[in-house]
Design a protein around this ligand. Structure first.
Ligand SMILES: [Zn+2]
Length: 371
């Protein structure tokens, strides 16, 4: 694939193509946005476009090294998007970067990057969920970047889940960013950019990736899974929260169902071992908001037409019947607050026990006022 195959990230792609067109590539970029939204895929294909031997459009000064001064995201955007002439009455319009700026996806460089065997391309990633990026990996990267490119225009390093660098790795990384080796480009990819050191963030040009609109996703999902009807495609799109990678994951509905089982289990018989290995605590809390949303919507409207999980309308209706709207909304807020705290490594067992206590308090009792 190539940049042209990345779907729904026109703004990010426009900025990146603008960088190539102007031959002004920042030494360090931060691709920020939700999980499953195409950041890593874009980073790899941006690397291919930069080093492609048959790039369709290469503008002036390709000999020049990427001597780019670190500025802010705004300065990059305004520079790339500054209109040639502008009077007070005109609304600045971003120019459309040439869509032909892309990799050929077939030359030796493109193929080697895809296979992960290009000598000037490095991908650092974590393996398991709890894994950290350690200082050894950063040191190796630093060493690798210190040499001139072997065969490409740029040495390019992608650090996926960059927020998983532990503190010694992050500090070592900071020194690489402070004196970036020439002809090297580092792309940090993160769905939790707030967890990066502010000093790292401030040295990167940030490119934001946005969730896709539901209608667009629905069409894409149907294209991929031809057997789905409109309703099912819409369900997957809504459940995925605009993240195409999630929507195209066939396990999404299974994961949702698992989350609902846990939800019900916590209401009826809270036990210590309530968790499911295939669902992280963060994921469960995200799903719980979706269930509470539907319960509240049914409580407020009495209609199943507005539910996201229409296929579970019966159970949602039952739960809504047992609680007051104000308690449902209160629980949603409480669970949201716990979800925020999860960033601070809460004890899993205690958190689930406390949460199920809250759930039973708010949803467990029959609400006398309306029955
Ligand atoms: Zn190529």
């Amino acid at each position: 694939m190539a940049l042209k195959d990345i779907i729904g990230q026109e703004k990010a792609l426009g900025i990146l193509r603008g960088c190539i067109e102007k031959n002004r590539i920042p030494h360090a970029l931060l691709f920020a946005g939700d999980e499953g939204i195409g950041k890593r895929l874009t980073a790899i294909n941006f690397a291919k476009a930069l080093n492609c031997q048959k790039a369709e459009v290469r503008t002036q000064n390709t000999e020049e090294s990427p001597g780019f001064d670190f500025g802010t995201e705004d300065s990059l955007n305004s520079e790339l998007f500054a209109p040639e002439s502008q009077t007070d009455n005109t609304v600045p319009q971003p120019p459309t970067p040439n869509p032909l700026i892309d990799s050929c996806d077939a030359c030796p460089s493109c193929v080697k990057i895809d296979k992960g065997i290009h000598p000037d391309f490095f991908l650092i990633e974590t393996e398991g969920d709890g894994d950290q990026i350690k200082i050894e990996a950063v040191r190796q990267l630093e060493e690798a970047l210190s040499y001139k490119p072997y065969e490409a225009s740029y040495k390019i390093a992608i650090v996926d889940n960059a927020d998983k660098m532990n503190s010694s790795a992050a500090n070592a990384f900071l020194s690489t960013l402070e004196s970036p080796p020439s002809q090297s480009i580092i792309i940090l990819v993160s769905s939790k950019p707030d967890r990066l050191l502010p000093t790292i963030r401030s040295r990167c040009q940030r490119i934001n990736f946005a969730p896709l609109p539901v209608e667009m996703m629905s069409g894409l999902v149907k294209e991929k899974y031809k057997k789905l009807d409109d309703e099912q495609a819409l369900l997957l799109s809504v459940l995925s929260g605009g993240r195409l990678g999630y929507a195209l994951n066939e396990n999404l509905v299974a994961q949702r169902d698992r989350s609902f089982n846990i939800f019900n289990q916590m209401l009826s018989a809270p036990e210590d071992d309530i968790r499911d290995d295939k669902l992280s605590m963060e994921e469960w809390f995200d799903w719980a908001q979706l269930w509470l949303r539907d319960i509240a919507v049914f409580k407020a409207t009495g209609q199943t037409a507005f539910l996201i999980n229409k296929d579970r309308a019966g159970e949602i209706q039952d739960l809504a019947g047992k609680a007051a709207l104000k308690d449902i909304l209160k629980l949603a807020r409480e669970l949201y607050n716990i979800r925020v705290q999860l960033n601070f490594n809460l004890n899993e067992k205690l958190t689930f026990n406390y949460t199920s206590l809250l759930m039973r308090k708010r949803l467990g009792k029959t609400y006398a006022g309306k029955q």
